[in-house]
Design a binder for this molecule. Structure first.
Ligand code: URP
Ligand code: ZN
Ligand code: ZN
Length: 464
């Protein structure tokens, strides 16, 4: 069994910060303490660096067939890019195909990932056709397949959108077996109508994507899905929340003592809608749903994080290259939705959040790792640095400065939404289950190193 000793680092968890050494045996953290003297096969000096729990990105789309094309990162390139940026585990979405079972969808995604993923991975199942047959599959998915979260889309009408009746039916079944429903909250009918209106007026540019999905679209769906969950007493997780109006709906729900878990993504905290004015079709890089909002929405999101109202910062990593985006050069509604983000979530959040005093360093760990691990049944195996847990550790140099660029990133995408951004703090070394996976920009593990993580029920511990 390989023995690894990390000396002189500052161990940061969601609740603590301490100068300590970490001794790892095999895949697990064995001892955390001062001046450890164990004999090891490898010793790393982490002086001046933080040791963070490996990042968990609860929202990614590798190899996703979507809007007539497929997201450009597969499980190999996408998880490797994640490791470069300190993300050791992803939760991707296995989509049910219309007319097919949930299990078939899950199998397809297992085939995409197995033997390819470099980082660890788990799956939410995206339910696009909830019916009597899919209802009967829920128990086995939760109890036998390690899938305890189910995604519904209230948008993408005519493709993957489901109606309220299906959402409630799914919630009823999922709750019986201890799972949780997650939702993309946008009013698909309203979006569809606004898209048709803009197209009829000859409005074709990328900015009309955002103008067809104003905040009310998101706020209404957020309120509605929370009402559905409240009615049945169901737990609920809302993905990629972007705007103040939606956040205020959550505030109202909390006033009636409802428990709702909310995720945002790093791009919504840092970018504003002026990006859609980038020339030469550049606005297409930022076409995603919901769209990038206004500066006041960014401020609301940062506050919501500090108020424990937004608990998770993910990415919704769903990259498409410029050639793929060009499918919508004459019609914004045909631009594939999504962007490349996984690699820079942790570094950007540290630089813009911790360094700029918008969030504490413990909050940084909480939203990037601990909270998604707890909500989605992976804690304490994942999501913290604790004796007995997986040795997923990021050695992070808070003083290293660097610039983000598509020319140097590892995501399979020919642009970055953060091109030229100056970042303070860098993932120096990423350790996954006791193995140095990436060191100073060099990958030391490859294809197939990642393992499937079979998850516990919603909010339940996963044995280490
Ligand atoms: O624009 C986005 N978000 N693309 C990926 C699919 C989704 O809605 O999560
Ligand atoms: Zn979505
Ligand atoms: Zn998504």
């Amino acid at each position: 069994m390989k023995k690894l000793l990390i000396k002189n680092g500052t161990v940061v968890t969601a609740s603590d910060i301490q100068n300590a050494d970490v001794y790892i045996e095999g895949e697990k953290v064995h001892t955390i303490g001062k001046n450890l003297q164990m004999a090891a096969d490898q010793t790393i000096d982490a002086k001046g660096c933080y040791l963070f729990p490996g990042g968990i990105d609860a929202h990614t789309h590798m190899d996703l067939p979507f809007m007539g094309t497929s997201s450009s990162d597969d499980f190999e390139s996408g998880t490797l890019a994640g490791l470069h940026g300190g993300t050791t585990t992803i939760i991707d979405f296995a989509f049910q195909s219309h007319g097919k079972s949930l299990a078939e969808g899950l199998n397809v995604w297992h085939e995409k990932a197995a033997g390819k993923a470099v980082g660890d991975y788990a799956f939410h199942v995206a339910v696009t056709d909830f019916n009597e047959n899919s209802r009967k599959e829920i128990q086995a998915l939760v109890e036998e397949k390690g899938v305890s979260s189910f995604k519904t889309f209230m948008a993408y009408k005519g493709a993957i959108m489901v109606d309220d009746r299906q959402i409630l039916g799914l919630m009823n079944e999922v709750k019986k077996f201890g799972g949780i429903v997650t939702t993309h909250a946008e009013n698909g009918d309203l979006v569809d109508m606004l898209i048709q209106e803009n197209r009829a007026k000859g409005n074709t540019a990328p900015k009309y994507h955002a103008l067809s999905r104003p905040p009310i679209v998101e706020a209404e769906a957020t309120g509605r899905v929370m009402d559905l969950a409240f009615e049945g007493g169901h737990p609920l997780y809302i993905v990629h929340m972007t705007c103040e109006d939606a956040i205020n709906r959550v505030r109202q729900a909390m006033m009636r003592n409802q428990r709702v878990h909310v995720e945002t993504c790093i791009q919504y905290l840092l970018l504003d809608d002026s990006v859609y004015l980038e020339e030469n079709f550049g606005g297409a890089k930022y076409v995603m749903s919901p769209p990038i909002r206004k500066k006041k929405d960014q401020a609301a999101l940062w506050s919501a994080i500090n108020q424990n109202l937004v608990e998770v910062v993910a990415t919704d990593h769903c990259p498409f290259c410029m050639d793929q985006k060009k499918a919508g050069i004459n019609d914004f509604s045909k631009i594939p939705n999504g962007g490349p983000v996984i690699e820079h979530r942790m570094e950007l959040l540290f630089s813009e959040g911790v360094v700029k005093n918008r969030i504490s360093i413990n909050k940084f760990v909480e939203v990037t790792s601990t909270a998604p691990a707890k909500i989605f049944g992976m804690f304490p195996k994942k999501g913290t640095i604790a004796v007995g847990g997986d040795a997923d550790i990021v050695i992070f140099d808070p003083n290293a400065e660097h610039k983000i660029s598509a020319t140097t990133h590892h995501m399979k995408c020919d642009f970055s939404m953060f091109e030229g951004w100056e970042v303070k703090g860098k993932c120096r070394t990423t350790i996954l289950r006791g193995v140095v996976a990436v060191d100073q920009g060099k990958a030391l593990v490859g294809k197939g190193f990642g393992k499937y993580i079979s998850r516990s029920k919603f909010g339940q511990p996963l044995n280490t």
